[in-house]
Structure formats: C-alpha cells, structure tokens
Design a protein around this ligand. Structure first.
Ligand SMILES: [Zn+2]
Length: 239
C-alpha cells in the first residue's frame, strides 16, 4: 500500500512538473507562436515603403498644448498664428529615413520646406528633428541631444535680449558637432567642446561649403559660423 501511494504521488508529481514545464515553454514562446498563427497575408506583408513628408500647417491644438509653458511660455510676445507647424523628413545618422517636426515663423516656412527637402534628397545626415518641447523646452538639453530645431521663445544665451529663435526665424542644425562659442570662449552645449577646433575633420561638421550652409545662404539666411565676434556653427537665421 505504501509503495502504491508512493508511486501514485511520484506519477502525479511528474505529471504536474510536465504541465508546469509546458506552460512555461508556451509562455516563453508566445511571440513566436503568435507569428506562426498569424494569417498568411499579414505575415508576408512587406513593410510599407517610406513616404517622405514636407508639409506646413497652422499650429494644431495638440501641438499648442505641448508648447504651452515650454517653448511658448506665458507672456510670449509672438502670436501662435504667426507660427507654422512643419513635418520634415530627413535621413538620420544611420542612413534611415525619418520624419520629424518643427515649429517656425510662417515667414520662413516655404524656405525651410525647400531646404529640408533638398537635404533629404541629398541624404544629408541629421541626428533628429524634434520640438524643443520634447526636451522640456530646454535649449541646452536639445543641443546636448544633437537635435535640430527652430522655435523656442528664449533669450540669447547669457543675455537679456530675445533670440531669433523666439520669433521662429532661426534654425540650429546638428548642434553637438556645431557648437556655439561666445566671446569668452564658453561652449554650448558644453558637450560640444571636442568640436570647437574647426581645423579638425569629423562627421557632421558644418562648413561654408557644406550643402546645408549653401542652401540656407541661397534662401537669404545668415550663418552663425561666419560671425566675427562669436561663432555659432549650428545657427542659421533670417531677418
Ligand atoms: Zn541658434
């Protein structure tokens, strides 16, 4: 009797162990199983081809919501109706096409659509094009992340006067490799220090002959890299 009970317990224990193992395996293989079970036409569908976008619109309500208290603080003297919301495709540092977003002054929207379309077609590498609001409205965080952006209601660094960015009339491109260097030699972002020496050759360096620079100049912008009292290699602005 004791032997029988022992055998019964052993059989039950082994059965329970098997069920547990089967459950675990099923659990861990769930994604694979789901793929296998998917209808043939879904599993075989190729990823949709990338469709580049270059569009300008009035600031949508959900974008306004993101901007308020960040790039568009209380008391900003520019009306939202003077600004435009752009969707811009670009080729990232990995050579992958992406679509970003930018807020600019309506007066330069057409310029930016043309410039960024030409950059996209030339596969000019841009790290990212996100609203500064994705960085809490912090220009420093946006620059540190090498993010290309335009509108931000803020002052010129270490000054009280409004920046051209506050009017959506200036664009910063790949700011990490193209830092701002003021009269006292302060580098912004600080992480851009390795890129201060412009005699050095490195990827994503904006020079006078660079396609990005040429396009902005052709559209009547000035380049911060050509200023004599300070250097702002990432910066293009229109008056
Ligand atoms: Zn700038």
């Amino acid at each position: 009797m004791r032997t029988f009970s022992f055998r019964l317990i052993s059989v039950l224990a082994i059965a329970a162990l098997c069920m547990l193992t089967a459950c675990r395996q099923r659990g861990s293989r769930a994604p694979e199983a789901a793929l296998f079970d998917a209808p043939a036409e879904v599993a075989e569908t190729a990823p949709a081809p990338f469709v580049p976008v270059f569009s300008a619109a009035a600031i949508p309500p959900e974008v306004e919501e993101r901007m308020r208290g960040k790039s568009y603080p209380e008391g900003a003297t520019i009306a939202l109706s003077e600004l435009c919301y752009l969707r811009l495709s670009y080729v990232d540092f990995d050579g992958e096409p992406q679509t970003g977003e930018m807020v600019c002054n309506a007066a330069i929207a057409d310029d930016l659509l043309e410039i960024f379309q030409a950059l996209y077609e030339a596969k000019y590498p841009i790290c990212s094009i996100l609203l500064v609001d994705d960085f809490g409205g912090s220009d420093d965080e946006s620059m540190k992340a090498d993010n290309t952006s335009c509108f931000n209601y803020r002052t010129v660094p270490l000054s009280k006067s409004l920046s051209r960015h506050a009017f959506g009339m200036a664009v910063d491109v790949n700011p990490l490799e193209n830092p701002y260097i003021n009269r006292s030699g302060i580098v912004m972002p600080a992480e851009g220090e390795p890129y201060v020496d412009r005699s050095r050759d490195f990827p994503h360096k904006i020079t006078r002959d660079d396609l990005c620079c040429r396009l902005f100049l052709e559209h009547g912008f000035t380049w911060g890299g050509s200023w004599s009292d300070r250097k702002d290699y990432q910066h293009f602005e229109k008056r």
